[in-house]
Design a protein around this ligand. Sequence first.
Ligand code: CA
Length: 236
Amino acid sequence: MPANILLVEDEPAIQELIAANLARAGHHVVRASDAETAQRIVREALPDLVLLDWMLPGASGIEFARRLRADERTRSIPIIMLTARGEEQDKVTGLETGADDYITKPFSPRELVARIKAVLRRRAPQTTEDPVELGGLRLDPETHRVTAGELALALGPTEFRLLHFLMTHPERVHSRAQLLDQVWGDHVFVEERTVDVHIRRLRCALEASGHDALVQTVRGSGYRFSAQAEVPPAVR
Ligand code: CA
């Protein structure tokens, strides 16, 4: 599954080069040339990862990274810092700010793509093609198939993305707003009850194997995927 990457870089030539390479690697790229624009973009839709230049006009990359980390909604977005400075102290400062990785310019496009992949695998597994197996279900992003043992389950594209996110973030309660941010990439224009509609469809699809019980409603809070839920023994 392609990742939505927010690229914050003020030098047009570098921005262009990086964007082209990320697109070639199959990612969706949204670009900003300064922290203020990036902030506006994040307010509307959460990216899966931020590629952030250190030296920007106005607020610096470090300052923007701090802002992201200080806000509950944006706290866990993976960040990779880009910098022309290669000093050890800078690296330490970058990582202390909460960056997940740190790349010194000049870097090869291949290295950049590989680092992004590693960070996404660790921090945003729902954007990778790795199959997920949990609670008797197997979800394969590459073939877009969900199976329970031998049984193939039929899921719509939104239900598939929803289940992928839930299975890669199990045992945790996700509010409707969080799910809109993470699965729809939009918490501004999509109504929260849309989540309920797709949860209902997802449960319906999982009923075929009795796995609908793994998708739990947490009253007043949201939804949770729990591999510990009781699945009827006949279909286990
Ligand atoms: Ca710069």
